[in-house]
Design a protein around this ligand. Structure first.
Ligand SMILES: [Zn+2]
Length: 191
């Protein structure tokens, strides 16, 4: 079910936040519905597939991941629009990151160093994704964060000037083109 179209974020943390299928901003079409789907997504993303051999994710892990994904999406969307994040959301978001970091180890084998989860605790799956999002937020890439004008997906904007507006030209970009064309035709009719 996953294709390259699902990995257009430019950072794996953004691809994770983009695991909804809505073509608008509603975030109602969750794509990570079961442990198997989560493992398929990891395989498709080409990241550390050996995870699957460790502690397999449970449905509770998946539900917790999806809740965290939506929380992170709200926090990032608000901050992008320069709006104040809901106090409850930011508190929960901070608390989640702090507890995941509290259980993590600092991997100095990479530069920049990164926090990794031990893999032998019951919080493994949630920690792994919380640390993924934390790693993105504290990276220089975070300054390039943009949100699609059509849907709720995030991506990195590396273009100059106004830059990229759509997650994907063949989906949201094309829908916009078709709508703009229709509007021009209608406007023409009224003249
Ligand atoms: Zn889009």
């Amino acid at each position: 079910m996953w294709s390259n179209e699902n990995f257009i974020g430019g950072h794996i943390a953004l691809d994770f936040l983009n695991t909804v299928g809505d073509t608008d901003k509603s975030r109602s079409d969750n794509l990570i519905t079961s442990p198997d789907v989560l493992l398929d997504w990891l395989t498709a993303s080409n990241t550390e597939v050996e995870d699957a051999k460790g502690i397999p994710p449970s449905q509770d892990d998946v539900d917790a991941l999806v809740r965290f994904r939506e929380l992170a999406h709200r926090v990032l969307s608000y901050s992008l629009e320069n709006n104040t994040v809901e106090p409850d959301d930011i508190q929960t978001f901070e608390a989640q990151i702090k507890s995941s970091l509290g259980r993590a180890h600092l991997d100095l084998g990479t530069a920049p160093a990164r926090w990794i989860t031990a893999g032998d605790n019951s919080h493994y799956w949630i920690d792994r994704f919380v640390l993924l999002v934390e790693g993105f937020l504290s990276s220089p890439e975070a300054a390039k964060l943009r949100q699609c004008e059509g849907c709720s997906w995030f991506f990195l904007n590396s273009g100059r000037g106004r830059g990229r507006r759509w997650c994907n030209m063949s989906t949201c970009g094309n829908r916009h083109k078709v709508a703009a064309h229709r509007k021009r035709l209608l406007d023409g009719d009224q003249r």
